[in-house]
Design a protein around this ligand. Structure first.
Ligand SMILES: [Zn+2]
Length: 454
């Protein structure tokens, strides 16, 4: 990559980038809102049109839900193929804190305001401009785009879409641009995601609520029994999960991984402020990051049943429900974690019913190796610094689906900053991250072009 030439390209295309981002942000492609179905479709049409205007092949692939936009450039079948994953659906934007109409794009001198600007339309477009540049240079590489429109609702039809191998071919590697750095000025790229399994624990001990003055003492109390079960599953003070066998498959984070986490710019104080947390189970930064990214959890989200109004009503509830989830790390599986929970609960209290609520597998990509070296050089070229490799505490369903379907390396090269307001009011993206992203991706494609086809 000749830098002065790339710099000129980026400067010359700033107007084009801004105008396209404006058009995309102004389509309220909220996948969660059924009344916006036409807009989500319109987004797919615009994306296809944009790819075509860029000179790429493009098509809409039907999935049974919202479609996937698939397209790209083929330089030659003998060259390596990279698929870039982004999504073009967005979160709803009903928060009262919005200082503008969320779907009226505003460009304030390189600050791009509007829902979807940073998640994930801005990054998607930055990669597209970089890819166009890489193809203009005649790089021996095939670049494909996979633009999903159901990411914000958990990618329910993504796996079905990937079955269309003729329109969504298996690449040699994938790069995902849909993640957030920990601090501005320090690129941070995840290589792992936690998985998840939810469960509802229900217990019925009577056909209706009864009066404790009449039945109390003899009647069983389902809320107390469910609390006993919860208490047996997790240590409330330390967070340690006490389900037998739960930690058996956990691969512990290595010293090198923790050292890498510490380079991300993570600050305990900022973390507490961002989420309004008064106190944590630990204040040691390495331990906080290990716990939120690389360790499993058992979380209680709700206990329902009985009386919830003002004051105290003396009922003995007839029914109770405990809502829990477990975050999982490699090599745990949601199936096994759920089975362990169910077995343990049936031993603790055979009357409690345990029903699963959604399962997502954890993901662990490469922490070192050739592709990781490419990501390092790309981030350095784009932002002047090598990235810290971190993990994410959440889950991206599409990533696990691609790993399962293709079994190829999946790398992350995210461009969003914490202050951009992912899933929050007053979301924005900025030219610094967009132009740095174009440089980073131009470098990344040049690095991949040097690699052998797998
Ligand atoms: Zn996103």
């Amino acid at each position: 990559m000749t830098t002065p030439q790339l710099d000129t390209y980026i400067v010359e295309h700033r107007g084009g980038f801004e105008s396209l981002l404006g058009q995309m942000v102004e389509i309220p492609s909220i996948s969660m809102d059924p009344t916006k179905a036409t807009d989500v479709r319109r987004m797919a049409d615009l994306a296809t049109q944009v790819l075509t205007e860029f000179g790429a092949e493009a098509r809409i692939v039907e999935t049974g839900g919202y479609p996937i936009v698939s397209g790209g450039w083929t330089a030659g079948a003998e060259y390596p193929t990279v698929t870039v994953y982004n999504h073009l659906d967005v979160q709803p934007a009903q928060e009262p804190e919005w200082q503008q109409a969320p779907f009226a794009f505003k460009n304030e001198g390189g600050i791009y305001r509007g829902r979807g600007a940073t998640d994930d339309k801005g990054p998607a477009l930055a990669v597209l401009f970089a890819a166009r540049y890489a193809m203009d240079q005649g790089l021996p590489i095939n670049i494909r785009f996979l633009w999903e429109l159901e990411e914000e609702i958990g990618s329910p039809h993504f796996a079905a879409g990937l079955k269309d191998r003729s329109h969504i071919p298996r690449p040699d590697s994938v790069v995902v641009s849909d993640t957030i750095w920990i601090a501005k000025g320090q690129p941070a790229m995840p290589y792992g995601l936690r998985g998840l399994v939810g469960a509802r624990l229900t217990l019925r001990t009577g056909s209706k609520d009864a009066h404790s003055g009449v039945t109390g003492g003899a009647a069983r109390n389902p809320l107390a029994e469910l609390m006993e079960v919860a208490h047996a599953c997790v240590n409330a003070k330390t967070g340690e999960v006490t389900i037998p066998g739960f930690y058996h498959d956990v691969v512990k984070a290595t010293k090198e991984e923790i050292k890498s986490f510490l380079k991300s710019g993570f600050q305990v104080k900022r973390f507490k402020e961002a989420y309004g947390l008064h106190a944590l189970r630990t204040d040691d930064p390495a331990e906080v990051m290990r716990r939120i990214w690389a360790a499993p959890t058992f979380e209680i989200h709700g206990l329902t049943g009985g009386y919830h109004g003002p004051g105290v009503k003396t009922v003995v509830p007839g029914h109770g429900e405990l809502k829990v989830t477990m975050r999982l790390v490699p090599n745990q599986t949601p199936e096994k974690a759920f089975a362990l929970l169910k077995k343990y609960v049936s031993k603790l209290n055979p009357d409690v019913k345990v029903q699963p609520e959604g399962m997502l597998h954890p993901f662990k990509g490469s922490f070192d190796g050739t592709y990781v070296e490419c990501v390092k050089r790309a981030a350095k070229a784009g932002f002047g610094k090598e990235p810290a490799f971190i993990r994410e505490g959440g889950s991206i369903g599409a990533v696990v689906t691609m790993q399962k379907a293709w079994k190829v390396p999946i790398l992350f090269l995210g461009l969003s900053l914490p202050e951009h307001g992912y899933h929050a009011p007053n979301e924005y993206f900025d030219w610094g991250q967009a132009s740095g992203g174009m440089k980073a991706f131009a470098q990344y494609f040049a690095e991949l072009a040097k690699m052998e086809k797998r």
